[in-house]
Structures are given as structure tokens and as C-alpha cells.
Design a protein around this ligand. Structure first.
Ligand code: HEM
Length: 465
């Protein structure tokens, strides 16, 4: 009996403490003029629910509080905006105190000079250097030939095999990115790099708790960082290479001395932007990081949608067999071929829309400001949640239907609320490179293989109807 009473008292006490903490956290962040919403637990906020429930978290909140509400996610008080007009305003007005607001974990791991962490003239300079690496002439003469070569290699030899398409596309995206930067590296350094890269991806979206065992800790180099001259926040695209070559200094000087033929070409192209060593490394990491998830998810979902829509698949195949018909079997895809892939481009955009590969982008206020009648304190994060716009029936009739043909009208790509690649001064500079990679993947996949779904794994339905 005493044990039972003790347990009940303990439970009541825990209940009260929890209630008190939730209330205290709500009051702590309560200011006049803020939008409605709840703040969850001190420090953790509502991060667990947000990560666990995904889009349902947003839907439930919107049903309760409307399309602009407050919460506390990924370590910071956050305003979520699902309002299309407000989202557009925020994306187009970085200069008015709305700068990128990626979580501390992302910034720590990607490096303090990565493009998402810098603003103003530094952003212009770094973005300029980035664009010079992926502009149409680079794409045409430098990148596409390599993408073609390594795509063939990657998609070689899948005949009669059962493949996990998620793994295949994830590997493809990483392999292609790696080869663009480190063409002459061996496959063993690719494997070492891949293992480090997985940790980086996990760490960049975690709570910033730097103790062994956490994803955040794993995102760094662990023990290696202490013995190297790189600052504590040494991010780690280079992890694989450091492991493979046995020392950061060696890698560092190797890079700067132009130890990679193709990297030398990159350095020459960006010389005018005067990036220092750390800035160069952070941009390399950013190239790998930004293109990875987006390209792999889009390629995977395109294969799924095409499988489920035979008419679209047939039209895509016709487009690619027409290109093959003009070539010898071993001839690579060239820029002019890519330019004729209008249906492939439409499939890519429709996949990005329907699967909502990017749910939204993060900003932060640099000063207190009024938005939509609400007063947002300085330093609060704003989650510009663009997912809902993708299913707006006025913009996209029958929004839950896979209909690539809607994108053959070219004006669709530039309509005011198309945020598939972001907008304003942060519009994705890798947009065309991403589409080239996905198109090359689809080219070799649909011209070399026919496929069918096997296995009984439960599908995740995207979007949820
Ligand atoms: C299907 C593929 C892709 C999609 C859907 C996509 C989407 C986006 C979006 C939505 C943003 C805006 C982020 C913001 O406003 O905070 C962005 C920015 C960015 N993307 Fe992409 N991206 C793709 C491919 C790539 C590739 C292949 C690269 C690099 C090789 C890349 C590099 C970047 C960079 C560096 C930024 C930051 C730009 C800045 O802050 O000025 N992206 N991307």
C-alpha cells in the first residue's frame, strides 16, 4: 500500500513539475504582439514532436492557431509562417533584417563561412564564387561530361538485380558530387568519406549537445579535431580524406598547393573572389551538403511516380530514346541534348512539387520587426514553410495528381509562389546543376532498364492526402 501511495505521489509530483516547466517556458517567451502558439519544454521546446510528426505537426498547429504561429524548435524560439504572401515577402527582403536562420548545429558543423551563415558583402562574394563554378559554361564544358561519365559507371550492371532505390539514388547523388570535386580520389577514400558524410548529415539536424554519443558530436571529427590546427567547429567533408591520408595539415596544404587537377581548375575560377582556405573548404562542404538530399530524394521519387504513371514514363522514354537515336551507344549526353529534355524537366519539377522535397527555409530577425501585424522579437527564427503552397488547387489544379504536363507551360517555373528552389537573393545557385544531374540519372535509368516494384515494405505516402 505504501509503495502504491509513494508511486502515486511521485507521479503527481512529476506531473506538476512538467506542468510547471511547460507553463514557465510559455511565460518566459511571452511578449505582447507575438502570434499564438505553444513553446513546449525549456531548451528542447517542441523539437521532438516536430521531428517525429513532420508535416502533421504543422497541420495540427495551423488548425489550432492559424497560418502564422509560434513554437520552439531545434533549440530556438521560432515563428512558423504558412502564409504565401508573408513567405514571399520574407524571401525577397533579406536586406530588411531577415537573414538565414539555420540551427546552431547546422552552422557549427557546416562551418562559419558556409554560404548560409554569411550575409551582406561576404554573401555576395561567396555566392559569386559559387555561381562561377556552376554557371552554364561550367555546366556545359566541365560538369556535364563528368556527370555523364560517373552516372554511367554508377548505373552500370543493375540487370536482373533487386535494388533498393533509396540507397541507389542516395549513393548516386553523393558519388557524383564527390567525383565533381575529387575526381582522381580512389574508391577507398570515397568509402571513408561517405561514412563521415553520413555523420555530418545526422549531426547538422540535431540539438547542439556536444557530448560523445550524440549525433551533434558525431557530426564533428571527434578526437581528431583536438589534434589538428582547425578550429573546434571543424566540419567534416574532409573527414574521409583526413582518415585516408592521416592528417589535416597534409590535406590542407595538399588542397592549397593544387594537389587535385580538377580542384586546381576550381581554385583558378574563383581566384577573383579572394576566398581564404577556410571559406573554400566550407563551400566545398556546402556543395556536397546542399545537393545530396535534394537530388537523391527527387531522383527516387521520380522513379516511383513514373512507375505509377505509365503514360508519363512512356513520354519520358520517348524523349530519351530520341536522344539516343542520334548517338552511338558510348557517346555521352551533351549540352544540346540536355536542352531538348523538356519533358524530363517537367517531371523533375512535378516531382519536387508533389513530393515537396524542400518543406521550407529558415530565417532569423536581426531586429524587432512587425510582420503581418505581429511583433517578432530580434533573434527569433522564422520557418518559411512553403510546403502547403505546393498543394494549392488554384496554382496546381488537382494538386495531389502527378501531372508533369502542367510544367510544359514555362511560365509555371517563374510564377510568384514557386519556391521549389527558394527565392530572392538566396535562390538556389545549384538549381540548374541539380536538374542536370537528375536528368542524366533519368536518361540512363529509363534507356537502360525496365523495372517493377518488389517487396512488401510499407510505402510512406507523399503527400499525405
Ligand atoms: C533538386 C535539387 C535542389 C533543390 C530542390 C534545392 C533547393 C534549394 C533551396 C530551396 C534553397 C534556398 C535555401 C534558403 O533560402 O535558405 C537552396 C539554396 C542553396 N542551394 Fe540548392 N537545391 C538543389 C540543388 C542544389 C545543388 C546541386 C547545389 C550545389 C551543388 C545547391 C546549392 C545550394 C546553395 C549553396 C544554396 C544557398 C544559396 C545562398 O544562400 O545564397 N543546391 N537550394
Amino acid at each position: 500500500m505504501e509503495v502504491l501511495m509513494g508511486s502515486v505521489c511521485a507521479l503527481v509530483l512529476v506531473g506538476w513539475v512538467c506542468f510547471g516547466l511547460l507553463k514557465w517556458n510559455g511565460i518566459r517567451h511571452n511578449r505582447r504582439g507575438l502570434p499564438p502558439g505553444t513553446m513546449g519544454w525549456p531548451f528542447f521546446g517542441e523539437t521532438t514532436e516536430f521531428l517525429k510528426q513532420g508535416p502533421d505537426f504543422m497541420k495540427n498547429k495551423r488548425a489550432r492557431f492559424g497560418s502564422v504561429f509560434k513554437s520552439h524548435i531545434l533549440g530556438s524560439p521560432t515563428i512558423v509562417s504558412m502564409d504565401p504572401e508573408l513567405n514571399r515577402y520574407i524571401l525577397l527582403n533579406e536586406g530588411k533584417g531577415l537573414v538565414p536562420g539555420y540551427p546552431q548545429s547546422t552552422l557549427d558543423i557546416l562551418g562559419k563561412s558556409n554560404i548560409a551563415a554569411v550575409r551582406g558583402s561576404d554573401h555576395k562574394r561567396i555566392r559569386g564564387s559559387f555561381l562561377s563554378l556552376v554557371n552554364p559554361s561550367m555546366l556545359k564544358d566541365w560538369l556535364l561530361p563528368r556527370i555523364d561519365k560517373y552516372m554511367r559507371l554508377h548505373l552500370n550492371n543493375l540487370d536482373s538485380k533487386t535494388i533498393d532505390i533509396q540507397k541507389l539514388t542516395a549513393n548516386m547523388a553523393l558519388f557524383i558530387a564527390f567525383k565533381q570535386i575529387m575526381e582522381t580520389e580512389s574508391s577507398s577514400s570515397y568509402e571513408a568519406f561517405k561514412a563521415e558524410f553520413d555523420k555530418l548529415m545526422m549531426g547538422s539536424l540535431s540539438l547542439p549537445i556536444n557530448i560523445p554519443g550524440t549525433n551533434y558530436y558525431g557530426g564533428f571529427m571527434g578526437g581528431l579535431q583536438a589534434s589538428t590546427p582547425r578550429p573546434k567547429t571543424y566540419p567534416i567533408y574532409m573527414g574521409g580524406l583526413v582518415l585516408a591520408r592521416g592528417g589535416w595539415a597534409q590535406v590542407r596544404f595538399g588542397w592549397v598547393a593544387g594537389w587535385q587537377a580538377n580542384f586546381k581548375t576550381w581554385l583558378t575560377r574563383i581566384r577573383e573572389y579572394k576566398l581564404n582556405d577556410d571559406e573554400i573548404l566550407d563551400q566545398v562542404i556546402m556543395i556536397l551538403y546542399s545537393g545530396f538530399e535534394t537530388i537523391s530524394t527527387t531522383s527516387m521519387m521520380a522513379i516511383k511516380y513514373l512507375h505509377d504513371h505509365p503514360t508519363a514514363l512512356q513520354e519520358l522514354r520517348d524523349e530519351h530514346f530520341a536522344i539516343r537515336g542520334r548517338k552511338k551507344p558510348e557517346e555521352p549526353i551533351e549540352w544540346n541534348d540536355y536542352k531538348t529534355m523538356s519533358f524530363t524537366r517537367a517531371v523533375t519539377f512535378e516531382t519536387l512539387r508533389l513530393a515537396t522535397v524542400v518543406n521550407g527555409v529558415l530565417r532569423k530577425t536581426t531586429e524587432e520587426m512587425e510582420l503581418n501585424g505581429f511583433v517578432i522579437p530580434r533573434g527569433w527564427r522564422i520557418y518559411v514553410y512553403t510546403r502547403e503552397i505546393n498543394y494549392n488547387p488554384f496554382l496546381y489544379p488537382e494538386p495531389l495528381k502527378f501531372n508533369p504536363w502542367r510544367w510544359l507551360d514555362k511560365s509555371m517555373e517563374s510564377q510568384n509562389y514557386c519556391f521549389l528552389f527558394g527565392g530572392g537573393s538566396r535562390l538556389c545557385p545549384g538549381k540548374e546543376l541539380g536538374i542536370v544531374i537528375i536528368s542524366t540519372f533519368l536518361h540512363y535509368f529509363v534507356t537502360q532498364y525496365r523495372w517493377e516494384e518488389v517487396g512488401g515494405e510499407k510505402d510512406t505516402q507523399i503527400p499525405e492526402s
